[in-house]
Design a protein around this ligand. Structure first.
Ligand code: ZN
Length: 251
């Protein structure tokens, strides 16, 4: 009797498995599929999505990965399956680097750039020009400016820009520490390299008002026509700024 029941359960299980498989095939070949999430993904991925994950471990990994910004469930599944395909060492190394990043990374006590030590490599470099401080929104801007190889001063990372809509005021940013630096350090120029948005302009204006009586020179990143752009396709604000900020022609 027990054997008969087991056989029946196995048949039923295979029946439902076959139905899910058929549903995947249907989704795979269906044109103008109404369900956007099943488009342009592999058959294996469709099968896992429809199957609602045959593994709780895979489900958990997908849930965690999809918590990252810009990663949806579909991309998370693709990444999880890729990690499964690689050898164990890859997964261990990836996991360890994420834990090390979270547990051991520091922020520079002087400029708030990300760092492995209390003072970052840029602040600790005696060849950098300590009289100029470039004020940026976040560490990605430091990386972008460093990649140009055109700036040799120090930085100050605000950690965001003033945005009343998002509830970010000056107190949430590293503006007070910039004021303290302007008083303690031998600074001559504040170079404002903030986003060309209302929030970026508001933040730049706030910093200028806060520090303008400290005897500092203020500059801001040039804005205008990008290299390779055509004038006729530039918007009026960008073209207008390019004209106002026109510079001496140099060969
Ligand atoms: Zn630093």
């Amino acid at each position: 009797m027990k054997t008969v029941n087991n056989t029946r359960n196995t048949i039923l299980s295979r029946f439902f498995y076959a139905i899910r498989f058929a549903l995947c095939l249907f989704l795979s070949f269906q044109e103008n599929n109404e369900c956007e999430k099943h488009k342009s993904i592999t058959f294996a991925e469709k099968f896992y999505i429809v199957n609602e994950f045959s593994s709780g471990l895979l489900q958990k990994a997908v849930d965690e990965i999809s918590g990252l910004p810009g990663i949806g469930k579909r991309s998370a599944l693709r990444l999880a399956l890729y990690i499964l395909k690689r050898d164990r060492h890859f997964a261990v190394s990836l996991g360890k680097s994420i834990i090390d990043l979270r547990e051991n990374i520091n922020y520079c006590k002087r400029c708030h750039n990300i760092s492995d030590t209390d003072i970052c490599n840029i602040c600790a470099n005696p060849k950098r020009d300590g009289k100029t401080i470039c004020v940026v929104e976040d560490i990605r801007d430091v990386m972008a400016i460093e990649n140009t190889g055109q700036y040799f001063g120090l930085y100050h990372v605000l950690g965001g820009v003033i945005s009343p809509m998002e509830g970010i005021g000056p107190e949430e940013l590293q503006i007070q520490s910039l004021l303290e630096r302007s008083e303690k350090e031998d600074i001559e120029e504040i170079f404002l390299a903030l986003p060309g948005s209302v929030e970026g302009d508001t933040t730049a204006f706030y910093i200028y008002k806060l520090l303008h009586n400290k005897g500092l020179r203020f500059s801001s990143i040039a804005r205008g026509i990008a290299v390779g752009d055509t004038l006729e396709y530039a918007d009026e604000v960008t073209l207008g700024r390019s004209i106002v900020n026109r510079q001496e022609y140099r060969q």
